[in-house]
Design a protein around this ligand. Structure first.
Ligand code: AMP
Length: 379
């Protein structure tokens, strides 16, 4: 195994979003340089604070060549990228963490379900559907209601259609654009959980405990840590994440999203990178999910991920509807931490930033973070 990549080296980040920005912030703190391949956009959240921003598509060979020439290691903040990028990196002798094989599995829901099942992890009952006839067969087999999800390029509920009646099948197939699908039974979950886990090159695995997540319109709205669940259930959720990290031979960070049905834990999906639900680790843990990503991909020892009770509330673009949010009012509570992603245009459902709060209990932290969010738009 080569030695660790030391400060002064350049971390190549695929994707220019807020996850890359928060990775770049800790990389800079540690004395690393950052090069970002954005996928096309300029002045991205990550690229605008990095030494190098390459504003080009992921399949632009010349741009990829430059990105690889600038980078000492490649990691991902966005996984919906052709895994041939990882092959190009291997050919150029640049290490890639997590591996292209993990990216290929995580970006395709059919492959992901099979890889999870192979790792011995339970998922919701599902069927693949590559044609409208297969969609019909899947609905018949699973019984309504189901959720049909495009196998690729979905996020935040995009590329998903719920089918409550077999009469809706054709419309669902058309809405989803004739893409390959995963058709899942609707899981009657009690709550949604997630576990962010880091695994080092030496096989060490560290997590941040279990997060409990609440979505609004399919977008993560709030997270608390630790989740309000019995200890044995939390241990089970953490064990699932550790099992996936080891089975996939992860080097880096991944987030496992879980449905807790009371009877059992079912894995919904896996993101091979830090995750929205892990943002509170910046204040709640000695080593945040972004610091763990940096440490893992550089071959450094992992930090202590244990979290104090904390909460995160998302700041979406609708908060800008009547002008700039009232930042001083929200920050009057000295326990509130503000994170803004540097996005110029505030569209209603766009993730613009988040607030976090650490407290004696997660419920108290959530109350304070929610109160702060309310006063932001309280004109
Ligand atoms: P996903 O993009 O797969 O993470 O789905 C976004 C959200 O839709 C999840 O966080 C759940 O709230 C909901 N959802 C997705 N799949 C299912 C399912 N099989 N059963 C119930 N709710 C689901």
């Amino acid at each position: 195994m080569p030695g660790p990549l030391l400060p002064g080296s350049t971390i190549g980040v695929v994707g220019g979003g807020q996850l890359g920005r928060m990775l770049a912030q800790v990389a800079h703190q540690f004395g690393y340089r950052v090069a970002v391949l954005t996928g096309g956009a300029k002045d991205t959240p990550a690229g605008s604070i990095s030494e190098i921003e390459i504003a080009a598509p992921f399949d632009d060979d010349t741009a990829v060549e430059r990105f690889l020439a600038e980078s000492d290691v490649i990691t991902w903040e966005f996984e919906n990228v052709d895994p041939s990028l990882a092959e190009a990196a291997a050919a150029a002798g640049v290490p890639v963490h997590p591996s292209g094989a993990i990216i290929a599995d995580a970006q395709d829901r059919q492959r992901e379900k099979r890889a999870l099942t192979a790792a011995g992890v339970a998922v919701a009952p599902w069927r693949p559907a590559d044609t409208s006839d297969e969609l019909r067969d899947a609905v018949e087999h699973l019984g309504v209601p189901v959720i049909a999800k495009a196998a690729r390029f979905g996020y935040d509920g995009k590329g998903q259609v719920r089918i409550d009646d077999p009469a809706e099948i054709e419309a669902a197939w058309t809405t989803l654009g004739g893409e390959r699908l995963v058709v899942e039974a609707v899981v009657p979950f009690e709550r949604e959980l997630s576990v962010v886990v880091a695994r080092g090159a030496d096989g060490t695995v560290v997590d941040h405990g279990v997060m409990e997540n609440h979505h609004v319109h399919h977008i993560l709205d709030t997270t608390i840590v630790p989740a309000e669940i019995p200890d044995d259930r939390a241990d089970e959720a953490r064990a699932l994440a550790h099992r996936i990290a080891a089975a996939w031979d992860l080097v880096g960070v991944l987030c496992v999203e879980i449905f807790d049905t009371e009877q059992e834990l079912l894995v919904n999906e896996v993101a091979p990178r830090p995750h929205n639900s892990g943002h509170c680790t910046i204040e709640a843990a000695a080593a945040s999910q972004f610091e763990q990503q940096l440490r893992a991909v550089c071959g450094l020892p992992l930090g202590d991920g244990e979290c104090r009770p904390a909460a995160m509330v998302q700041l979406l673009g609708y908060l800008w509807t009547d002008g700039e949010p009232l930042w001083p009012a929200a920050l009057r509570d000295s326990m509130i931490h503000l994170h803004l992603y540097g996005k110029a245009e505030a569209r209603p459902g766009r993730k613009m930033g988040h607030l976090t709060c650490v407290g004696d209990t997660a419920a108290q932290a959530l109350q304070r973070a929610n109160d702060a969010r309310v006063v932001l738009s309280g004109r």
